[in-house]
Design a protein around this ligand. Structure first.
Ligand SMILES: CC(C)(COP(=O)(O)OP(=O)(O)OC[C@H]1O[C@@H](n2cnc3c(N)ncnc32)[C@H](O)[C@@H]1OP(=O)(O)O)[C@@H](O)C(=O)NCCC(=O)NCCS
Length: 329
C-alpha cells in the first residue's frame, strides 16, 4: 500500500528578547566613553537599526531559548511530551558541550529519549534547522519538532570596533513543526561556500583550557554586503522555482534581519512591494539565527500573518551559508 505524502506545518510560534533595550544614542554614549565615535544618525542611515536588546551577564542563551520555546509550545497547544525532535540553531551556545538542544530538552522536561542536536549555520541557522526538521518529519523519523533560533551575540562583540558592535542584538524565536497531510513547508534550498570564511568570523577556539586566538567577531562589512545582496536574490528565485511559484504569490517575505538596505534590495529585485516584507531589524538589530523566528512570531501574534498565507524566509551568514524556504502557514 502506498503511503500518503506527508508534510510538516508550523502549529505554534514563540519568541523573546532580554529586557535590556539599548538605543543607538545610549550605545553611542557608551562607545564615546571608550573614545569610539558613532552616532544614531550613522547607524540608522547605514543599517536601519534604532535599538537592540542585550542580555545581562547572568543570562544564558538557553534561558532565552527556553522562554521562546515555552511560548511556542503554549501557542501550539500540544502536550510537550509529544515533541520528539529538538533542533537549536545558534552560534552562541551556553557551552562547548553538551549541545543547547540537550540543555533545552532538559529545561523543558521533554521526553528523555527524543532526538536533539544543534545547528551551526550562523545567521542562516534557522532556515537550515527548519529544513532539516521538515525532512525528518517527511522521512517519518519523528512527528513533532521544536525548532529554535537563539543567540547572545553581544558576547562576541568587540565594543572597540564600531563597524560590528552597533549591528547585533540578542534574542530567541521558536516554532513547533508537526506532521500534516496539508502542505506546510513547500520548498527549501540550502547552500554553503567555505571559501568566504574570512569575511565574517570568530576565529578563536578553546584549547588547553583557554581561548586561543581572537574570540571577537571580525567582519569585512562591504564584502558581506555585496555577497548578501547577490546570494539572497538568487536563493529566493531558486526556492520559488522549486515551488513552481512566482514572487507575486508570496504574502510575506521574512529575510534575515541584518541591514535594512540589504533587505530592501532583495524585496525590490523580487518586485515585491516593501509592505510585504517583515521588518524587526529596527528594534532588534541583527540577532543572527534568532532573527527570522522572532519576526515570524511577532507578525503571527499581531495578526499580520494568518493561516493560509504564503511566507518566504531567507538568510545569509558566516561560512558563508545561505538558504531560503517557502512556507504555507
Ligand atoms: C557594516 C556596514 C553597516 C558598513 O556600512 P558601509 O556603508 O559599508 O560603510 P563602510 O564600511 O564603507 O564605512 C564607511 C565609513 O563609516 C565608518 N564607520 C563604520 N562604522 C561606523 C559607525 N558605527 N559609526 C560611524 N562611522 C562608522 C567607517 O570607518 C568608514 O569611515 P572612512 O570612510 O573614514 O573609512 C555595512 O557594510 C553592512 O551592513 N554590511 C553587511 C553586514 C552584515 O549584514 N553582516 C551580517 C551578515 S549576517
Amino acid at each position: 500500500m502506498t503511503q500518503r505524502p506527508l508534510y510538516s506545518r508550523i502549529i505554534g510560534t514563540g519568541s523573546t528578547v532580554p529586557p535590556n533595550c539599548v538605543t543607538n544614542q545610549e550605545l553611542a554614549e557608551r562607545l564615546a566613553a571608550r573614545g569610539i565615535e558613532t552616532s544614531d544618525e550613522w547607524i540608522t542611515a547605514r543599517t536601519g537599526i534604532r535599538q537592540r536588546y542585550f542580555a545581562t551577564p547572568d543570562t544564558m542563551t538557553s534561558d532565552l531559548a527556553l522562554t521562546a520555546s515555552k511560548n511556542a509550545l503554549c501557542a501550539a497547544n500540544i502536550d510537550p511530551q509529544s515533541i520528539d525532535l529538538v533542533i537549536v540553531a545558534t552560534s552562541t551556545p551556553d557551552s562547548v558541550l553538551p549541545s543547547m538542544a540537550c540543555l533545552l530538552q532538559h529545561k523543558l522536561r521533554l521526553r528523555n529519549d527524543c532526538t536533539a542536536f544543534d545547528m551551526q549555520a550562523a545567521c542562516t541557522g534557522f532556515v537550515y534547522a527548519l529544513t532539516i526538521a521538515d525532512q525528518c518529519i517527511r522521512g517519518r523519523m519523528c512527528r513533532t519538532a521544536l525548532v529554535v533560533g537563539a543567540e547572545i551575540i553581544s558576547r562576541l562583540l568587540d565594543f572597540d570596533d564600531r563597524s560590528t558592535c552597533v549591528l547585533f542584538g540578542d534574542g530567541a524565536g521558536a516554532v513547533v513543526l508537526q506532521a500534516s497531510e496539508q502542505a506546510g513547508l513547500i520548498s527549501s534550498v540550502l547552500h554553503a561556500d567555505g571559501s568566504h570564511t574570512d569575511i565574517l568570523c570568530v576565529p578563536g577556539r578553546v584549547s588547553g583550557g583557554a581561548i586561543c586566538g581572537q574570540a571577537f567577531m571580525s567582519m569585512d562589512g562591504q564584502a558581506v554586503f555585496k555577497l548578501a545582496v547577490n546570494l539572497l536574490e538568487k536563493v529566493a528565485l531558486e526556492a520559488l522555482d522549486k515551488a513552481h511559484m512566482r514572487a507575486a504569490q508570496i504574502d510575506w517575505l521574512i529575510p534575515h534581519q541584518a541591514n535594512i538596505r540589504i533587505m530592501q534590495s532583495t524585496c525590490r529585485k523580487l518586485e515585491l512591494p516593501l509592505e510585504h516584507m517583515l521588518v524587526t531589524v529596527d528594534r532588534h538589530g541583527n540577532t543572527s539565527a534568532a532573527s527570522i523566528p522572532l519576526a515570524l512570531d511577532e507578525a503571527v501574534r499581531d495578526g499580520r500573518i494568518a493561516r493560509g498565507h504564503t511566507i518566504m524566509i531567507e538568510g545569509v551568514g558566516s561560512g558563508v551559508t545561505w538558504g531560503a524556504a517557502i512556507i504555507r502557514f
